[in-house]
Write a protein that binds this ligand. Structure first.
Ligand SMILES: Cc1cc2nc3c(=O)[nH]c(=O)nc-3n(C[C@H](O)[C@H](O)[C@H](O)COP(=O)(O)OP(=O)(O)OC[C@H]3O[C@@H](n4cnc5c(N)ncnc54)[C@H](O)[C@@H]3O)c2cc1C
Length: 281
């Protein structure tokens, strides 16, 4: 039960939402799907007297543009994996969304914006956004500003959002080249222990992997030096390279940092195998 006296606000425009957040800075929270926020308010881990619900802003559309897709911050996981635009242009996001645990309730209510702004290191979402080169469009008192995903995630549960700002949408480039994806979970219903998105860059004959959940923010690791002339990759060298790069691993109740660092290489190897041998998604 939430024991604070609350005022619920449902603004009808981004400007109105921004004014509410700025006017009650430090005492207002943004409501996405509420799947994380409301239980945390019930446990008094987050306290605020003003709840600003973004549902009146029409921010759940997924629209195709030349070179990129714009995804409203209030698009749910279900919107993502049922979107024909994403299936065609950014299939990795559909693949990620269908694999989020927590069951139908979470997939029907949890939003991509809420997940990005919560910035839980164990979430699938931050590393996938960084790997795809996404841009986050924030709305604040001075209007809109765009931030690259790689710069948005500042640490565990920390983002670049300033007082009075909210995430309005995400701009994701059309996927070019192949991707490979793998995640390790303790069981079907658990949050990830480590995730890896391997990407090939045909323009410069390169490859890279973005590792999630292994440290507080996603780690992008260049793999080009391990590429062999025949188009394969020296998998035997992957573990040592990944271990060197994950120098400050993330610990939580699911797994401590030592374990995450140890298994990260194996997760990356599987993502790389998927990159070269799996379906091109
Ligand atoms: C049982 C369970 C299992 C889960 N398993 C996974 C999993 O395997 N992988 C995974 O990645 N996630 C998992 N999740 C989390 C899921 O991704 C959440 O749904 C998501 O993190 C939060 O989304 P939401 O829209 O409900 O956000 P909310 O709960 O509404 O908000 C979360 C935080 O973000 C802020 N916020 C929300 N929207 C915005 C916005 N547009 N602008 C600014 N701030 C905003 C809120 O103020 C709050 O601080 C799980 C959750 C549960 C309950």
């Amino acid at each position: 039960m939430i024991r604070t006296d609350l005022r619920y606000h449902r603004p009808g425009t981004p400007r109105e939402a921004g004014a509410l957040l700025a006017g009650h800075a430090g005492d207002a929270v943004v409501l996405g799907g509420g799947t994380v926020l409301l239980p945390m308010m019930g446990r008094a881990e987050i306290t605020a007297r003003h709840v600003v619900d973004l549902r009146g802003l029409g921010l759940d559309a997924i629209t195709e543009h030349a070179g990129h897709v714009e995804i409203g911050a209030m698009a749910t996981y279900r919107h993502l994996y049922t979107s024909p635009v994403l299936a065609r242009r950014v299939p990795l996001l559909s693949r990620m969304a269908v694999g989020i645990t927590g069951g139908e309730q979470i997939r029907n209510l949890g939003t991509i914006g809420g997940s990005a702004c919560f910035a839980n290191p164990s979430s699938e979402v931050p590393a996938v956004l960084v790997a795809l080169g996404a841009t986050l469009r924030l709305h604040g008192p001075a209007g809109y500003r765009d931030v690259a995903a790689a710069g948005f995630f500042g640490g565990a549960f920390a983002t670049d959002l300033a007082d009075g700002e909210f995430l309005a949408s995400l701009l994701v480039p059309h996927q070019q080249g192949r991707t490979g994806y793998h995640k390790l979970k303790l069981c079907e219903g658990s949050w990830p222990i480590v995730t890896a998105v391997a990407t090939a860059d045909p323009e410069r004959d390169g490859a890279a992997v973005t590792v999630g959940a292994a440290q507080a923010v996603p780690a992008r690791i260049e793999l080009t030096a391990l590429l062999s002339g025949d188009g394969g990759l020296d998998l035997g060298s992957v573990d040592a390279l990944v271990r060197r790069q994950i120098d400050d691993p993330w610990s939580d109740v699911l797994a401590d940092g030592t374990y995450r660092r140890e298994v990260a290489g194996a997760v990356v190897r599987r993502a790389v195998t998927d990159l070269f041998e799996g379906p091109n998604r």
